[in-house]
Design a protein around this ligand. Structure first.
Ligand code: CA2
Length: 150
């Protein structure tokens, strides 16, 4: 079985740490990549960390992850609230999906309160900034451990 967690990041998340620190914090996406890899290591998991501004590319990567990864952690950015294509790709996966967001969606504008991704996810972590990715790795490790022993 694969020990790789695919961590996908959607549009504009490449800008992290450069603007809007009051909402998204000061940590760059490159820093978050390092944090997730470090958190995965003691669980004997590896991280394949990617970012794209293109919906179709994210769909392609989810399809690739279906067969090559143990699980998917996804922050789909603004596509969270709009993309039936990403939802359909995630629903086609039999591997677990954990949704993560830096900001607390429910404290923000009404249009951010709905997530298509949630419908395909085991659970959602939001509002803890960059630390949310570490929490998502821990959650994924637990899910995979449970599935192995079941
Ligand atoms: O809180 C999150 O993680 C979001 O997924 C971030 C998305 C937003 O559309 C979602 O509603 C919630 C936006 C990412 C944009 O990130 C930027 C970072 C720095 C500067 C500008 C944008």
């Amino acid at each position: 079985m694969s020990r790789v967690i695919l961590v996908l990041n959607g549009p504009n998340l490449n800008l992290l740490g450069t603007r809007e620190p009051e909402i998204y914090g000061h940590t760059s996406l490159e820093d978050i990549k390092g944090m997730t890899a470090a958190r995965a290591k003691p669980h004997s998991l590896d991280v394949d960390f990617r970012q794209s501004n293109k919906e179709g590319e994210l769909v392609d990567w989810i399809q690739e992850g279906r067969t090559k990864s143990a699980g998917i952690i996804i922050n789909a950015g603004a596509y969270t609230h709009t993309s039936v294509a990403i939802l359909d790709a995630l629903l086609a996966c039999t591997i677990p999906v954990v949704e993560v967001h830096l900001s607390n969606l429910f404290k923000r504008e009404e249009f951010r309160h709905h997530s298509y991704v949630t419908k395909a996810s085991v659970g959602l972590i939001c509002g803890f900034g960059a630390q949310g990715y570490e929490l998502a790795v821990d959650a994924m490790a637990q899910i995979l451990k449970k599935a192995k022993s079941a």
